[in-house]
Design a protein around this ligand. Structure first.
Ligand code: G3H
Ligand code: 13P
Ligand code: ZN
Length: 349
Protein backbone atom coordinates (compact mmCIF):
# COMPACT_ATOMS: atom_id res chain seq x y z
CA UNK A 1 0.00 0.00 0.00
CA UNK A 2 1.34 3.50 -0.75
CA UNK A 3 2.02 5.79 2.22
CA UNK A 4 -1.29 7.34 3.29
CA UNK A 5 -2.32 10.78 4.44
CA UNK A 6 -2.38 11.12 8.22
CA UNK A 7 -5.59 13.13 7.81
CA UNK A 8 -7.29 10.12 6.22
CA UNK A 9 -5.95 7.85 8.96
CA UNK A 10 -7.23 10.17 11.72
CA UNK A 11 -10.59 10.80 10.04
CA UNK A 12 -11.07 7.02 9.94
CA UNK A 13 -10.02 6.76 13.61
CA UNK A 14 -12.62 9.40 14.51
CA UNK A 15 -15.31 7.45 12.63
CA UNK A 16 -14.30 4.30 14.50
CA UNK A 17 -13.89 6.07 17.86
CA UNK A 18 -10.32 4.87 18.42
CA UNK A 19 -6.85 6.37 18.84
CA UNK A 20 -3.71 5.75 16.80
CA UNK A 21 -0.25 5.46 18.35
CA UNK A 22 2.45 7.55 16.69
CA UNK A 23 5.76 5.85 17.35
CA UNK A 24 9.14 7.51 16.93
CA UNK A 25 11.86 5.83 14.89
CA UNK A 26 15.58 6.36 14.43
CA UNK A 27 16.64 3.12 12.76
CA UNK A 28 15.59 0.04 10.81
CA UNK A 29 14.97 -2.18 13.84
CA UNK A 30 12.43 0.24 15.30
CA UNK A 31 10.57 0.38 11.98
CA UNK A 32 10.60 -3.42 11.84
CA UNK A 33 9.27 -3.65 15.41
CA UNK A 34 6.37 -1.30 14.61
CA UNK A 35 5.49 -3.10 11.39
CA UNK A 36 5.51 -6.55 13.00
CA UNK A 37 3.29 -5.19 15.80
CA UNK A 38 0.96 -3.66 13.18
CA UNK A 39 0.77 -6.96 11.31
CA UNK A 40 0.18 -8.92 14.53
CA UNK A 41 -2.65 -6.60 15.61
CA UNK A 42 -3.92 -5.58 12.12
CA UNK A 43 -3.38 -1.90 12.90
CA UNK A 44 -2.98 1.24 10.78
CA UNK A 45 0.17 3.08 11.92
CA UNK A 46 1.82 6.47 12.20
CA UNK A 47 5.60 6.30 12.03
CA UNK A 48 7.26 9.55 13.03
CA UNK A 49 10.76 10.99 12.89
CA UNK A 50 11.97 13.93 14.94
CA UNK A 51 14.56 16.38 13.64
CA UNK A 52 17.10 14.54 15.78
CA UNK A 53 16.11 11.23 14.17
CA UNK A 54 16.37 12.68 10.66
CA UNK A 55 19.85 13.91 11.50
CA UNK A 56 20.95 10.72 13.27
CA UNK A 57 19.86 8.32 10.55
CA UNK A 58 20.20 10.57 7.48
CA UNK A 59 16.55 11.08 6.61
CA UNK A 60 16.80 9.55 3.14
CA UNK A 61 17.63 6.22 4.79
CA UNK A 62 14.60 6.56 7.06
CA UNK A 63 12.32 7.49 4.17
CA UNK A 64 13.40 4.50 2.08
CA UNK A 65 13.14 2.13 5.04
CA UNK A 66 9.55 3.26 5.56
CA UNK A 67 8.87 2.88 1.83
CA UNK A 68 10.24 -0.67 2.12
CA UNK A 69 7.80 -1.23 4.98
CA UNK A 70 4.91 -0.09 2.79
CA UNK A 71 5.96 -2.64 0.13
CA UNK A 72 6.49 -5.46 2.61
CA UNK A 73 3.21 -4.88 4.47
CA UNK A 74 0.75 -3.87 1.70
CA UNK A 75 -2.20 -4.51 4.01
CA UNK A 76 -1.12 -1.84 6.55
CA UNK A 77 -1.92 1.88 6.05
CA UNK A 78 1.21 3.84 7.08
CA UNK A 79 1.42 7.61 7.54
CA UNK A 80 4.92 9.04 7.70
CA UNK A 81 5.09 12.06 9.96
CA UNK A 82 7.62 14.76 10.87
CA UNK A 83 7.56 15.06 14.66
CA UNK A 84 8.12 18.54 16.19
CA UNK A 85 9.10 20.48 13.07
CA UNK A 86 10.69 23.68 14.39
CA UNK A 87 10.29 25.87 11.29
CA UNK A 88 8.69 26.21 7.87
CA UNK A 89 11.96 25.01 6.29
CA UNK A 90 12.04 21.79 8.34
CA UNK A 91 8.45 20.98 7.33
CA UNK A 92 9.12 21.89 3.69
CA UNK A 93 12.15 19.58 3.54
CA UNK A 94 10.13 16.72 5.04
CA UNK A 95 7.38 17.28 2.45
CA UNK A 96 9.95 17.38 -0.36
CA UNK A 97 11.35 14.08 0.87
CA UNK A 98 7.91 12.43 0.77
CA UNK A 99 6.55 12.59 4.33
CA UNK A 100 2.74 12.48 4.21
CA UNK A 101 2.32 14.54 7.36
CA UNK A 102 4.21 17.20 9.31
CA UNK A 103 3.99 18.74 12.74
CA UNK A 104 4.71 22.44 12.84
CA UNK A 105 5.50 22.94 16.51
CA UNK A 106 5.14 26.70 16.58
CA UNK A 107 4.57 26.64 20.34
CA UNK A 108 8.34 27.14 20.51
CA UNK A 109 10.51 29.48 18.49
CA UNK A 110 12.76 27.95 15.81
CA UNK A 111 15.46 27.30 18.46
CA UNK A 112 13.12 24.59 19.79
CA UNK A 113 13.49 25.97 23.33
CA UNK A 114 11.93 29.40 23.76
CA UNK A 115 8.12 29.61 24.00
CA UNK A 116 6.75 31.57 21.03
CA UNK A 117 3.95 34.12 21.17
CA UNK A 118 0.45 33.10 20.08
CA UNK A 119 0.68 35.34 17.00
CA UNK A 120 4.07 33.87 15.98
CA UNK A 121 2.65 30.38 16.36
CA UNK A 122 -0.42 31.17 14.24
CA UNK A 123 1.67 32.82 11.53
CA UNK A 124 4.22 30.03 11.01
CA UNK A 125 1.61 27.27 11.35
CA UNK A 126 -0.70 28.93 8.79
CA UNK A 127 2.23 29.21 6.37
CA UNK A 128 2.98 25.48 6.73
CA UNK A 129 -0.73 24.59 6.34
CA UNK A 130 -0.96 26.55 3.06
CA UNK A 131 2.18 24.90 1.66
CA UNK A 132 1.35 21.39 2.90
CA UNK A 133 -2.31 21.26 1.93
CA UNK A 134 -1.54 22.32 -1.62
CA UNK A 135 0.56 19.13 -1.75
CA UNK A 136 -1.94 16.87 0.04
CA UNK A 137 0.14 16.72 3.22
CA UNK A 138 -1.43 16.73 6.69
CA UNK A 139 -0.47 19.31 9.34
CA UNK A 140 -0.45 18.97 13.12
CA UNK A 141 -0.04 22.16 15.15
CA UNK A 142 0.58 22.69 18.87
CA UNK A 143 -0.95 25.19 21.24
CA UNK A 144 0.39 25.37 24.81
CA UNK A 145 3.88 24.04 25.61
CA UNK A 146 4.90 20.59 26.86
CA UNK A 147 7.39 20.10 29.67
CA UNK A 148 10.84 18.52 29.52
CA UNK A 149 13.69 18.48 27.02
CA UNK A 150 14.50 15.65 24.59
CA UNK A 151 17.69 15.77 22.55
CA UNK A 152 17.91 19.54 22.99
CA UNK A 153 14.25 20.06 22.00
CA UNK A 154 11.77 21.47 24.52
CA UNK A 155 11.18 24.41 26.80
CA UNK A 156 12.26 22.44 29.89
CA UNK A 157 10.43 22.93 33.16
CA UNK A 158 7.28 21.24 34.33
CA UNK A 159 4.40 20.27 32.10
CA UNK A 160 2.22 22.65 34.13
CA UNK A 161 4.04 25.82 33.01
CA UNK A 162 2.06 26.40 29.78
CA UNK A 163 -1.21 24.46 29.89
CA UNK A 164 -3.41 25.05 26.81
CA UNK A 165 -6.13 27.65 27.17
CA UNK A 166 -9.35 26.29 25.56
CA UNK A 167 -10.28 29.71 24.08
CA UNK A 168 -6.84 29.98 22.46
CA UNK A 169 -7.18 26.43 21.16
CA UNK A 170 -10.41 27.43 19.39
CA UNK A 171 -8.88 30.58 17.89
CA UNK A 172 -5.74 28.68 16.86
CA UNK A 173 -7.74 25.93 15.11
CA UNK A 174 -9.90 28.54 13.32
CA UNK A 175 -7.01 30.71 12.16
CA UNK A 176 -4.57 27.96 11.10
CA UNK A 177 -6.75 25.23 9.57
CA UNK A 178 -4.62 22.45 11.07
CA UNK A 179 -5.76 18.85 10.65
CA UNK A 180 -4.73 17.82 14.16
CA UNK A 181 -4.12 19.80 17.31
CA UNK A 182 -1.55 18.94 19.98
CA UNK A 183 -2.41 20.36 23.38
CA UNK A 184 -0.48 20.75 26.63
CA UNK A 185 -2.23 19.13 29.61
CA UNK A 186 0.68 18.56 32.01
CA UNK A 187 2.68 15.86 30.23
CA UNK A 188 6.39 16.11 29.41
CA UNK A 189 8.69 14.36 27.00
CA UNK A 190 11.05 11.72 28.36
CA UNK A 191 10.99 9.34 31.33
CA UNK A 192 10.57 11.90 34.14
CA UNK A 193 7.00 13.14 33.84
CA UNK A 194 5.51 12.76 37.31
CA UNK A 195 6.92 12.03 40.79
CA UNK A 196 3.94 9.86 41.71
CA UNK A 197 0.92 8.37 39.97
CA UNK A 198 -0.58 11.51 38.39
CA UNK A 199 -3.94 12.87 39.54
CA UNK A 200 -5.98 15.78 38.23
CA UNK A 201 -3.70 18.33 39.89
CA UNK A 202 -0.85 17.52 37.48
CA UNK A 203 -2.50 15.72 34.55
CA UNK A 204 -5.20 18.06 33.32
CA UNK A 205 -7.69 15.75 31.66
CA UNK A 206 -10.37 18.33 32.56
CA UNK A 207 -8.65 20.81 30.21
CA UNK A 208 -8.59 18.19 27.43
CA UNK A 209 -12.31 17.54 27.93
CA UNK A 210 -13.04 21.29 27.91
CA UNK A 211 -11.16 21.68 24.61
CA UNK A 212 -12.98 18.71 23.08
CA UNK A 213 -16.34 20.23 24.11
CA UNK A 214 -15.46 23.45 22.24
CA UNK A 215 -13.87 21.65 19.24
CA UNK A 216 -15.88 18.40 19.01
CA UNK A 217 -14.62 17.40 15.55
CA UNK A 218 -10.95 18.38 15.90
CA UNK A 219 -8.44 15.54 16.10
CA UNK A 220 -6.58 16.09 19.37
CA UNK A 221 -3.01 14.87 19.90
CA UNK A 222 -1.42 13.84 23.19
CA UNK A 223 2.36 14.20 23.29
CA UNK A 224 4.58 12.89 26.06
CA UNK A 225 2.22 9.92 26.38
CA UNK A 226 4.56 7.13 27.38
CA UNK A 227 3.29 5.26 30.42
CA UNK A 228 6.84 4.52 31.66
CA UNK A 229 5.75 1.12 33.05
CA UNK A 230 7.40 -0.08 36.24
CA UNK A 231 8.35 -3.44 34.71
CA UNK A 232 10.35 -1.76 31.93
CA UNK A 233 12.07 0.50 34.48
CA UNK A 234 12.87 -2.56 36.61
CA UNK A 235 14.55 -4.45 33.76
CA UNK A 236 16.79 -1.46 32.97
CA UNK A 237 17.77 -1.09 36.65
CA UNK A 238 18.14 -4.82 37.27
CA UNK A 239 20.87 -4.99 34.64
CA UNK A 240 22.99 -2.03 35.68
CA UNK A 241 20.81 0.94 34.72
CA UNK A 242 20.25 3.88 37.05
CA UNK A 243 16.76 5.22 36.36
CA UNK A 244 15.32 7.30 39.18
CA UNK A 245 11.77 6.47 40.39
CA UNK A 246 9.24 8.00 38.00
CA UNK A 247 5.66 7.80 36.67
CA UNK A 248 4.26 8.25 33.18
CA UNK A 249 0.77 8.74 31.77
CA UNK A 250 -1.55 5.89 32.85
CA UNK A 251 -3.10 4.08 29.88
CA UNK A 252 -6.59 4.55 31.36
CA UNK A 253 -6.11 8.35 31.20
CA UNK A 254 -5.13 8.05 27.53
CA UNK A 255 -8.26 5.95 26.97
CA UNK A 256 -10.31 8.69 28.64
CA UNK A 257 -8.65 11.10 26.19
CA UNK A 258 -9.59 8.85 23.26
CA UNK A 259 -13.23 8.97 24.39
CA UNK A 260 -12.85 12.77 24.26
CA UNK A 261 -11.39 13.44 20.82
CA UNK A 262 -7.77 12.24 21.11
CA UNK A 263 -6.87 10.51 17.86
CA UNK A 264 -3.04 10.54 17.88
CA UNK A 265 -0.95 9.44 20.84
CA UNK A 266 2.81 10.00 20.74
CA UNK A 267 4.98 7.31 22.29
CA UNK A 268 8.76 7.16 22.20
CA UNK A 269 10.15 6.73 25.73
CA UNK A 270 8.42 3.38 26.44
CA UNK A 271 10.09 1.92 23.36
CA UNK A 272 13.46 3.39 24.32
CA UNK A 273 13.14 1.75 27.75
CA UNK A 274 12.14 -1.61 26.24
CA UNK A 275 15.10 -1.57 23.84
CA UNK A 276 17.60 -0.48 26.47
CA UNK A 277 16.40 -3.06 29.01
CA UNK A 278 16.66 -5.90 26.48
CA UNK A 279 20.17 -4.89 25.38
CA UNK A 280 21.37 -4.45 28.97
CA UNK A 281 20.03 -7.90 29.90
CA UNK A 282 21.91 -9.69 27.10
CA UNK A 283 25.18 -7.87 27.73
CA UNK A 284 24.89 -8.30 31.52
CA UNK A 285 24.12 -12.01 31.34
CA UNK A 286 26.48 -12.82 28.46
CA UNK A 287 29.36 -10.34 28.55
CA UNK A 288 31.28 -12.50 26.08
CA UNK A 289 28.77 -11.65 23.28
CA UNK A 290 29.74 -9.10 20.65
CA UNK A 291 27.50 -9.83 17.63
CA UNK A 292 24.99 -6.93 17.56
CA UNK A 293 22.31 -9.34 16.36
CA UNK A 294 22.52 -11.10 19.72
CA UNK A 295 21.13 -8.01 21.44
CA UNK A 296 19.34 -6.18 18.62
CA UNK A 297 16.95 -9.10 18.04
CA UNK A 298 15.69 -9.20 21.66
CA UNK A 299 15.61 -5.39 21.63
CA UNK A 300 13.42 -5.39 18.53
CA UNK A 301 11.15 -8.04 20.04
CA UNK A 302 10.83 -6.05 23.28
CA UNK A 303 9.76 -2.95 21.34
CA UNK A 304 7.30 -4.97 19.25
CA UNK A 305 5.66 -6.20 22.46
CA UNK A 306 5.20 -2.65 23.80
CA UNK A 307 3.88 -1.32 20.47
CA UNK A 308 1.43 -4.22 19.99
CA UNK A 309 0.10 -3.68 23.51
CA UNK A 310 -0.38 0.05 22.94
CA UNK A 311 -2.10 -0.60 19.59
CA UNK A 312 -4.58 -2.82 21.38
CA UNK A 313 -5.07 -0.38 24.27
CA UNK A 314 -5.56 2.60 21.93
CA UNK A 315 -8.14 0.67 19.91
CA UNK A 316 -6.47 0.84 16.48
CA UNK A 317 -6.03 -2.95 16.46
CA UNK A 318 -8.21 -4.66 13.87
CA UNK A 319 -8.74 -1.51 11.76
CA UNK A 320 -5.97 -1.86 9.13
CA UNK A 321 -8.35 -3.25 6.53
CA UNK A 322 -11.23 -0.83 7.05
CA UNK A 323 -10.39 1.47 4.15
CA UNK A 324 -8.47 1.95 0.92
CA UNK A 325 -5.87 4.70 0.73
CA UNK A 326 -6.87 7.92 -1.01
CA UNK A 327 -3.94 9.15 -3.12
CA UNK A 328 -2.06 12.18 -1.85
CA UNK A 329 -2.99 13.98 -5.12
CA UNK A 330 -6.69 13.37 -4.40
CA UNK A 331 -6.22 14.56 -0.81
CA UNK A 332 -4.74 17.79 -2.24
CA UNK A 333 -7.82 18.16 -4.45
CA UNK A 334 -10.04 17.61 -1.39
CA UNK A 335 -8.36 20.49 0.47
CA UNK A 336 -8.73 22.69 -2.61
CA UNK A 337 -12.38 21.99 -3.35
CA UNK A 338 -13.34 22.07 0.34
CA UNK A 339 -14.48 18.43 0.57
CA UNK A 340 -11.74 18.04 3.20
CA UNK A 341 -12.71 20.71 5.63
CA UNK A 342 -10.15 22.84 7.43
CA UNK A 343 -12.74 24.93 9.30
CA UNK A 344 -13.24 23.44 12.74
CA UNK A 345 -16.71 22.95 14.13
CA UNK A 346 -16.88 25.27 17.17
CA UNK A 347 -19.42 24.68 19.92
CA UNK A 348 -20.66 27.54 22.09
CA UNK A 349 -19.26 27.83 25.62
O1 G3H B 1 9.73 14.76 20.86
C1 G3H B 1 10.15 13.81 21.46
C2 G3H B 1 10.48 12.50 20.87
O2 G3H B 1 10.65 11.60 21.94
C3 G3H B 1 11.68 12.54 19.98
O3 G3H B 1 12.83 12.70 20.70
O4 G3H B 1 14.10 14.56 19.60
O5 G3H B 1 15.22 12.83 21.07
O6 G3H B 1 14.39 12.22 18.79
P1 G3H B 1 14.22 13.11 19.99
P1 13P C 1 7.28 10.29 25.32
O1 13P C 1 8.63 10.84 25.69
O2 13P C 1 6.33 10.29 26.46
O3 13P C 1 7.36 8.93 24.69
O4 13P C 1 6.64 11.28 24.23
C1 13P C 1 7.00 11.19 22.87
C2 13P C 1 6.51 12.35 22.08
O5 13P C 1 5.65 13.12 22.48
C3 13P C 1 7.10 12.52 20.76
O6 13P C 1 6.65 13.67 20.10
ZN1 ZN D 1 6.19 15.32 21.34
Amino acid sequence: MPLVSMRQLLDEAAKGGYGVGAFNVNDMEQIQAIMEAAKETKSPVIIQASRGARQFAQDRYLFHLILAASELYPEIPIAMHQDHGNSFETCKSAIELGFTSVMMDGSLKADGKTPASFEENVEVTRKVVDYAHERGVTVEGEIGVLGGVEDGHGAGGSGLDHITDPDQAVEFAERTGVDALAIAIGTSHGAYKFTKKPDGSVLKMDVLIAIHKRLPNTHLVMHGSSSVPQDLQDIVNQYGGKLKPTWGVPVEEIQLGIRNGVRKINVDTDNRLAITGAIRKVLWESPEKFDPRDYMKPAREAMQKVVALRMTQFGQAGHAGDYQPVSIADIAKGYKDGSLSTRPLVAAK
